[in-house]
Write a protein that binds this ligand. Structure first.
Ligand code: NAD
Length: 517
């Protein structure tokens, strides 16, 4: 695998870059393609070569085989997309909302038709199991379905006689070109949190997917094209930091929806503020699950295990720290280890597998580094997934589930987002002590409590900041018709993803005050 010796910052976390020539390479391996394609951008209704001269590699984490080469675009390719989106905006804005959603209905049907095809593409490039990929495609469809309701959702409000003979009406109007910059962990779903709502509101759109998993978006853009969305309304530009900077600096972009790690989320939010763009920026997570002694321990252990190790822990809603109160600690520890031992690691396409590989070999090294760190800090490694070997797929980026007990809040493994299959278990003496630990953490994406007491559940919801809260729920994931996003260092902005917030974000509210003589 050719890796540039001076890995630029835009490579993202551990992503290998290579200035490879554009010609197609041949390949043999278990992933079917014998010719590796170089991906194109989708701009102005057609696929076109990027002007980029550097390319990254999209690899299948289950086998470490090359799936495609992705152009690492910069400002020039972004500008092409902005120009196409700007040209398309006046006609799209003038298209009545009821007509704008017709191609979205068609898109929804195409998603159903190619459901398994999209899910398989996700598993190939990301590694998660086929069932996990299917669930994420279902969530993408949910978002398209909600956006189909725009003729109702984007209505304004009005009041007759704000003074005698004077009426006041608010209209929601689209703002122009928006862009979404998305992470690797949900290749199909996260861009669909934004694109359907933005274009249904009458804006035009650019997606910059994660350079590690661009194939699902390529497939989805084929479907957007087939659905009859007019040229220039949706555009796809590949790349990493340089493409992101091209978006942030471009004066033709009205707003940015970002999802990724907190440092980059904060950077994007700050740059948007400086360049006068709207911004909703969703960052990283360290999600606590509080288990009270009165909880149903069977369910708490089972659900927390699924929450932590689902998608190999690469989920912003994963419960990565179990905070067991009082006598819940010993029982939870024992049950969590028992549950985690049932996990079947392997190729996400293989039947019976319940946890796939992590995204890259570099990311596996990073997660292994956190495990070393936890051992050094004195936590007890009650389940050690480091030595996991997959005999059928020796080159895949696999690791088994790991569980640390005796974790304390000051340890690095308790403070930092690991984003891998590692669960930390902590003990708190009382409910109040547990609440204080959650409140002290700088991130606040999601959290859960397991209890049979309505009082504890209510108090927990009242006191802690994470904005996606589960009561006896492991993955507190808001559906497409509710807002999605966290608090504290996990979210920068005012309006969250999807739900009614989305309509607010993608429209201006114009107030018209009228008197007739
Ligand atoms: P990431 O921050 O590395 O990348 C996200 C996007 O930013 C990608 O498109 C990438 O190309 C771009 N990028 C990377 N480095 C950049 C830089 N230095 N400057 C400008 N742009 C840059 O995140 P990731 O590793 O792809 O995804 C995992 C992270 O995303 C985790 O922290 C996870 O918690 C978070 N996430 C959050 C949510 C949420 O709802 N809050 C949802 C999914 C994922």
């Amino acid at each position: 695998m050719p890796v540039s010796p001076d890995l630029p910052e835009c490579a993202g976390k551990g992503f290998p870059m290579s200035a490879v020539p554009r010609e197609q390479a041949t390949l043999s391996g278990p992933d079917a393609p014998t010719t590796v394609r170089t991906l194109q951008n989708f701009i102005g209704g057609r696929w076109q070569d990027a002007t980029a001269t550097q390319f990254g590699e999209v690899r299948n984490p289950a086998h470490d085989t090359l799936l495609a080469r992705v152009p690492m675009c910069g400002a020039a390719d972004v500008d092409r997309a902005v120009q196409a989106a700007t040209r398309a905006f006046p006609a799209w804005r003038a298209t009545p909302p009821v007509n704008r959603v017709r191609p979205l209905f068609a898109l929804r049907n195409l998603f159903e038709k190619y459901f398994d095809d999209i899910a398989r593409t996700i598993t190939l490039e990301h590694g998660k199991t086929l069932d996990e990929s299917r669930s994420s495609v279902r969530r993408a469809v949910d978002n398209i379905e909600v956006a189909c309701g725009i003729p109702s959702l984007m209505q304004g409000r009005s009041l007759e006689d704000i003074a005698t003979g004077i009426d006041c009406t608010t209209f929601r109007q689209p703002l122009g070109v928006f862009a979404a910059i998305t992470p690797f962990n949900f290749p199909a779903m996260v861009p669909m949190w934004f694109l359907p709502h933005a274009i249904a509101c009458g804006n035009t759109f650019i997606v910059k997917p994660s350079e590690r998993v661009p194939l699902s978006q390529v497939r989805i853009f084929e479907l957007l094209h087939e659905a009859g969305i007019p040229e220039g309304v949706v555009n796809l530009v590949h790349g990493g930091k340089e493409a992101v900077d091209g978006i942030l600096e471009h004066p033709g972009i009205a707003g940015v929806s970002f999802v990724g790690s907190s440092p980059v989320a904060h950077y994007v939010y700050k740059r948007c503020g400086e360049t006068g763009k709207r911004c909703q920026s969703l960052g990283g997570a360290k999600n606590f699950v509080l288990v009270m002694p009165d909880a149903n321990m069977d369910r708490a252990a089972q659900v927390s295990t699924e929450s932590c190790f689902g998608c190999a822990g690469e989920r912003c809603l994963a419960n990565s720290v179990v905070l067991a109160v009082g006598s819940a600690y010993d029982e939870m520890t024992r049950r969590l280890v028992e549950e985690a031992k049932k996990i079947q690691v392997g190729d996400g396409l293989a039947p019976g597998v319940t946890m796939g590989p992590v995204i890259t070999s570099q990311h596996r090294e990073k997660v292994l580094g956190y495990i070393e760190q936890g051992v050094k800090e004195g936590a007890t490694l009650a389940l050690d997934g480091r030595g996991y070997q997959d005999a059928k797929n020796p080159n895949g980026y696999y690791m088994g589930p790991s569980i640390f007990t005796d974790v304390t809040p000051d340890m690095v493994i308790a403070k930092e987002e690991i984003f891998g299959p590692v669960l930390c278990v902590m003990k708190a003496g009382t409910f109040e002590e547990a609440v204080a630990i959650v409140k002290r953490h700088e991130l606040g994406n999601a959290s859960s409590i397991f209890t049979s007491s309505g009082k504890y559940a209510r108090d927990y919801r009242w006191h802690v900041e994470p904005s996606m809260l589960g009561i006896n729920i492991g993955v507190a994931s808001p559906m497409a018709f509710f807002p999605f996003g966290g608090a504290k260092g996990s979210f920068f902005g005012d309006l969250k993803a999807h739900g009614q917030d989305s309509i607010e974000f993608y429209t201006d509210k114009k107030v018209s005050i009228t008197r007739w003589f």
